[in-house]
Design a protein around this ligand. Structure first.
Ligand code: NIG
Ligand code: FE
Length: 418
């Protein structure tokens, strides 16, 4: 029925003013639509069947997928997840419903600390099984590229265990989903440490161990993350950790200004972080600085919803020209694996338009990970990562909330049905 194309105009991301680059091609009653990929899974042609037939009249296609009566969207890109952990936190969900706050649970030794205890105890194989199951659920909701963080180890041993589990998934599941791996050893201050000693532990113990493991070919890391928050890692130490990660060649992509207006986003823009997440408490000045530095704002509406936070000023950010991406923030606090659900929440809670939510879940999310030349839009030269939707028009994937299982008929990863 439709092919929803996002065309980048020089920039590899779109801001509000560039939304006209989202192009919807609609089939005609007597002329359908096709996407053609080569052997490497790269898109070589997009268009009406009549044109495709002429162009490829001398080519015998090796495989064809019948997408009659389906809409074709780019595979979703989830810009922020914490998917490696054992032990759920449903009991804390109950506590929050009864009035407890995220930070009161955290400061009482629950929250991230609870998950760290369970993740330290879990075997590598158990963590892999849990991760694999979650990634396949993520794939079924249309996501073909996902950012995944470590951060429930908070020591060398368990952080490396998590990174190895992610590396195994990256290799073994590469025909289903691509993974951008983030080291987030600075996710909380371990119970027996201060902010100072924890910062030293991350920089002097964890990062060198990560470097060693990378050299041995055991793991790979793309981004560095810090939970930059009042009472966790504050500005000065977050900056030190991020800069130590940058020295190792990682992209800076961190949790900023979620619960308290600490000035994290201003700090992040000043060190030219590629992306920052949350931003509920972002300052006016940081909005301007992020726009100037092309720093991607990753918005996480599931957390806004589950913690009943004031939503981030997304409209102001879009108007200022900040590229906005979306992530599920899947973690034991916000148990959501579905980008269609995230898009719905982004429209409802953050007042994003349907087009903005789609671009934020595809091209801009890919851009936040430095992957927009390969993923995030249906364009010639990019990977054939596609979501095939049984709906009259593409907007139904956002409109029919919670219905992605019924709507998504097929996910194509790198030219193959996944
Ligand atoms: O992005 N805010 C810090 N990190 C996660 C939550 C992790 C957890 O509570 O386990 C987030 O919301
Ligand atoms: Fe997070």
């Amino acid at each position: 029925r439709q092919i929803v194309q996002v065309t980048s105009s020089g920039e590899n991301f779109l801001t509000g003013g560039q939304m006209k680059n989202l192009k919807v091609i609609t089939a005609k009653p007597d002329d359908g639509l096709s996407v053609v990929a080569d052997k490497t899974g790269t898109i070589v042609a997009i268009g009406y069947d009549s044109e495709i037939r002429t162009k490829f009249r001398n080519t015998a296609f090796e495989r064809t997928v019948d997408a009659s009566d389906l809409c074709i969207l780019p595979g979703f890109v989830d810009a922020h997840t914490h998917p490696v952990w054992a032990g759920d936190r449903v009991h804390e969900f109950r506590m929050k419903l009864a009035g407890a706050t995220y930070m009161s649970i955290h400061n009482a030794g629950g929250g991230i600390h609870y998950t760290v205890e369970h993740t330290r105890r879990a075997s590598e194989d158990e963590l892999y099984r849990l991760l694999r199951d979650r990634l396949l659920r993520i794939l079924r909701s249309g996501t073909t590229v996902v950012e995944c963080k470590s951060g429930y180890g908070l020591n060398v041993e368990t952080e490396l265990k998590m990174l190895r589990v992610l590396e195994r998934a990256k290799r073994e599941l590469s025909s289903f989903i691509d993974i951008s791996i983030t080291f987030c050893g600075a996710h909380a201050i371990p119970k027996d440490m201060t902010e100072e000693t924890a910062t030293r532990e991350v920089i002097e113990e964890q990062l060198p161990a990560v470097a060693r493991s990378i050299r041995l070919g055991e793991i790979s890391v793309d981004n560095i993350d810090v939970f930059c928050e009042k009472g966790v890692f504050e500005l000065e130490n977050s900056k030190k950790i991020l800069e130590a990660g940058r020295e190792m060649g990682f992209r800076m992509n961190f949790h900023a200004d979620e619960l308290y207006p600490l000035g994290s986003a201003e700090m992040g823009a000043s060190i030219k972080a590629e992306a920052m997440s949350h931003l509920e408490q972002i300052s006016e000045k940081a909005i301007q600085e992020m726009a100037k530095n092309h720093c991607v704002g990753i918005i996480l509406p599931t957390t806004v919803y589950i913690l009943r936070l004031e939503p981030p000023p997304v409209r102001k950010m879009i108007e200022a020209g900040v590229p906005i991406a979306l992530g599920s923030d899947f973690n034991p606090n916000a148990f959501c694996l579905s980008m269609p659900m995230v898009m719905h929440l982004a429209c409802m809670l953050c007042r994003m338009s349907l087009e903005e939510a789609l671009v934020a879940s595809t091209l801009n999310a890919a851009c936040s990970l430095g992957l927009s030349s390969k993923y995030g839009s249906i364009e010639v030269g990019k990977k054939a990562d596609l979501v095939l939707l049984d709906a009259p028009t593409w907007e139904h994937i956002v409109y029919q909330f919670g219905e992605h299982d019924h709507l998504i008929q097929m996910v194509v990863k790198n030219g193959f049905v996944a």
